[in-house]
Every structure is written in C-alpha cells, then in structure tokens.
Design a protein. Structure first.
Length: 137
C-alpha cells in the first residue's frame, strides 16, 4: 500500500471516532480513535479502542492501546511492554498487538468480531449507527 492509500485509510478510520454500530440482538461495536502526539507507547500517533460488546455491555473482543501489556510466555523478568494490544475474549487482560497500519487494524478487528459473532450465531450486519461526542452525548 502506498503512502497516499495509507493516508486515505487512516482518515477513513478516524471518521469512526465516537460511533457505535448496532448489530442483531443488542450486540454492538464501539469505536474511539484520535490523533495524539507520537510517543514510545503510541509511536504511530493514534489512541484507539475498538470493541465488540454483548447486549449486557460486556466486552467480548477489543483492540486498543489504553494501557500497557506484557509479552506473554516470556522468561525474562523485564518483559517488553507494549501499548498496542488486543483482548481475544471476555476477561482477557490483553496480549500484544503489532500495529502495522490502519487497514490491518481494521481487518484484524473485524476478523475477530466475525469469529466471535459466528460462534454465537449472530449476524455481523449493521442495523443502526449512533454517534457520540467526547462528553458522551
């Protein structure tokens, strides 16, 4: 993907900020994404949280960089920590995610969403979209 295509994908992704996509039976996808100054934890300059929730509001899948996670299965006491991570299941504290770009982030998130919804017999068809400001309105 060339730089112009990457910029277009990033702008597309940024437009999702504050959206909730409502699916069958009360399941929903929630998107938060914004530009931030690049730093060690967010070298790509994005703060994001993409989550799938069940009708009771429990997170089933999530890709975010809200907190650091350690690399699993590491024998070193000083395990590498990363901001980018994903939660594969309800209750998962997170596992490192290698951020390679906006297009891959979207593809990986939606692949996991389809996996979980498929296991539950829920369609991934979007029934409604709502948008919220930072203050929740």
């Amino acid at each position: 993907m060339n730089e112009r295509e990457q910029d277009h994908t990033l702008e597309f992704l940024l437009a999702f900020d504050g959206r909730t996509h409502w699916l069958d039976r009360g399941y929903c996808l929630r998107f938060k994404i914004r530009r931030v100054p690049p730093e060690a934890r967010r070298p790509h300059g994005l703060e994001y949280s993409f989550t799938l929730h069940d009708p009771a509001g429990r997170r089933l899948v999530g890709f975010d960089n809200a907190h650091d996670v350690s690399a699993r299965r590491s024998r070193r006491k000083d395990r590498a920590r990363t901001g980018d991570h994903w939660h594969r299941a309800e209750g998962d504290t997170g596992r490192p995610y290698r951020f390679e770009g906006a297009d891959k982030l979207l593809a990986d998130f939606f692949a996991e969403v389809q996996r979980v919804l498929g296991e539950r017999g829920i369609s991934d068809e979007v029934r409604d979209v709502t948008e919220h400001n930072e203050d929740g309105s």
